[in-house]
Design a protein around this ligand. Structure first.
Ligand SMILES: C[S@@+](CC[C@H](N)C(=O)[O-])C[C@H]1O[C@@H](n2cnc3c(N)ncnc32)[C@H](O)[C@@H]1O
Length: 272
């Protein structure tokens, strides 16, 4: 199912969208909610494809959604999974904001989700005994995306999928001291390059940690400029020595220090 079909599928469930506040009363949506619905649907398209393909033998999918906000993504996904894949969903949403976490509980109850739990905690500090099959994060601000990726790796999740948000951490580090300063002297160019560089470093970091990575889009940039989706699936074999070479080369080229390395030590070898 493509994004527009999934949006139509969801819009046909007015009651459900109203229950989780992705649609206003009398089926009226405001522009912000329609945009969020489009983002959630676009992300769900890839998640459902990955679940069907790589978690085919599982009856239940254990999901951790980090920086969940109101957990629109997690709740919609947990409702779609049984309907569209025949698999049950067990959702844990994590957000540092306790008020939002209380709201998530309310929305999940209203949507009739039985197997959902929400935790007020910083992603990096989240601990859980149960394993997870799928770690997701939609527009986790700045390094909160790095925390979600680090936590996904540390939890050994077979699938880690993130659509990042603002990438401020690297932006300030690429003003000078690298071979592409003729590009980065221009503010908007530096901004765009920092976004790409941050996300490619994340993808290469996941590769170094033993994941196969694709970079996809959840929709056109007209839907959201924050449309890049990092989709990672854990390979069965252990990462080969030197698997971090591309990550290290790219990092060295720009002389940057990504937070992800600090959040998830032991993946990248020591600098020579
Ligand atoms: C831009 S909102 C996105 C919310 C939601 N994923 C969505 O797409 O609607 C970012 C969320 O990340 C949460 N957040 C920021 N840093 C965090 C961290 N380190 N750990 C957990 N949550 C965090 C914020 O409280 C906020 O709810």
């Amino acid at each position: 199912m493509e994004r527009s079909q999934l949006v139509a599928h969801l819009l046909a469930r007015e009651d459900l969208l109203q229950a989780i506040e992705l649609l206003g009363p009398q089926a009226r949506g405001d522009a912000r909610k329609s945009k969020k619905l489009g983002e959630v649907a676009g992300f769900c398209v890839w998640i459902l494809k990955y679940v069907r393909r790589f978690l085919a033998s599982q009856d239940t999918v254990r999901i951790a959604e980090f920086s969940c906000g109101k957990s629109y993504l997690g709740i919609v996904l947990a409702l779609l999974l049984p309907e569209l894949t025949g698999k049950q969903a067990r959702l844990v949403g994590v957000d540092v904001n306790a008020d939002l976490v209380a709201k998530c509980r309310q929305l999940a109850d209203r949507a009739g989700l039985k197997d959902a739990r929400f935790v007020a905690e910083r992603t990096l500090l989240f601990q859980d005994e149960q394993g997870f099959d799928l770690v997701i994060a939609l527009h986790a601000c700045d390094t909160a995306t790095d925390e979600a990726i680090a936590k996904g790796i540390q939890l050994g999740a077979p699938l880690v999928m993130a659509v990042p948000c603002c990438q401020n951490q690297i932006r300030g580090q690429i003003k000078s001291g690298h071979p592409l300063t003729a590009m980065t002297e221009f503010g908007p160019v530096r901004y765009r390059l920092a976004n790409l560089l941050t996300d490619v470093l994340r993808a290469q970091f996941l590769r170094s940690a033993g994941y196969h990575v694709e970079m996809l889009e959840i929709g056109s940039p007209r839907l959201t400029p924050k449309n890049l989706c990092i989709c990672a699936r854990k390979l069965r074999r252990d990462p080969k020595p030197g698997r971090d070479a591309d990550y290290r080369r790219l990092k060295a080229l720009f002389g940057v220090k990504p937070k992800l390395e600090q959040f998830c030590p032991g993946v990248i070898g020591e600098d020579e």
